[in-house]
Design a protein around this ligand. Structure first.
Ligand SMILES: Nc1nc2c(c(=O)[nH]1)N[C@H]1C(S)=C(S)[C@@H](COP(=O)(O)O)O[C@H]1N2
Ligand SMILES: [Mo]
Length: 217
């Protein structure tokens, strides 16, 4: 994809610059999510439905590495991109940028943190994460301490593809680009090769399958 196509592509979950149709789709999505949430709650409340509970894979303690999965790599259409041996995380601050392969990320100082994933769909699971502090990555491109960033996933489309993170999270010593979950490399469904984990943010903002982290200026 050329730089031009990249810029002209519709943006999802970005900083409010939705085209009208994108915005409508987003609002419809909220309606669908509420309906799904009601269904999920009902499904969990009645033992009668337990044997056919479609949401069973998301209950606490289930899923790869003992953590539920929101969207799988297949559902997010990232199977190939996430396993590309040429993958590298782009860190940019204006004209300053770094590309870091998974091996290069793994060679940087690692920080461990116990943090939950809390999904609006009705589950929360605490887990052990290990990775590189986002603020250390930002320091590598001389980002100021009050920098906000835009985080983009390899995911080609969808509401979770792009999110913004305020300086208070960027600067937090437990906000990580995580490479490991519960003592093992991230499962593909949990965001391999690298994902965001930050304290006290809703699950939707814990971006999986990272592509880039850019200072917003
Ligand atoms: N790229 C991307 N990141 C994502 C998502 C997604 O669909 N795509 N789902 C989000 C949601 S809603 C939640 S709750 C968490 C779940 O992370 P997990 O599947 O590793 O438990 O990932 C978040 N990060
Ligand atoms: Mo979620």
């Amino acid at each position: 994809m050329s730089g031009k196509e990249e810029r002209d592509a519709p943006r999802d979950a970005d900083d409010g610059a939705h085209a009208p149709s994108t915005r409508r789709a987003f609002l419809l999505g909220i309606g669908a999510s509420v309906a799904a949430l009601v269904t999920l709650t009902a499904g969990q409340s009645f033992g009668l439905f337990a044997p056919t509970n479609l949401f069973a894979p998301r209950i606490k303690g289930s899923g790869p590495q003992s953590v539920p999965v929101n969207h799988t790599a297949r559902q997010a259409h990232v199977i190939d991109a996430a396993q590309d041996p040429e993958w590298a995380l782009a860190i940019t601050n204006g004209s300053r940028s770094r590309m870091l392969s998974r091996a290069e990320l793994a060679a940087l100082p690692q920080t461990a943190a116990v943090l939950p994933i809390a999904c609006v769909e009705g589950w929360s699971t605490s887990a052990h994460w290990r990775g590189i502090r986002v603020r250390e990555l930002m320091a590598m491109v001389d980002a100021p301490h009050d920098a906000q960033v835009r985080v983009t996933s390899l995911q080609p489309h969808g509401n979770y593809r792009v999110m913004t993170m305020g300086a208070e999270f960027v600067d937090d010593p437990t906000t990580l680009v995580a490479l490991e979950l519960n003592g093992a490399p991230l499962d593909l469904d949990h965001g391999f090769p690298a994902r965001i984990i930050a304290p006290g943010r809703p699950g939707v903002l814990q971006t999986k399958w990272l592509r880039s982290i850019e200072v917003i200026r």
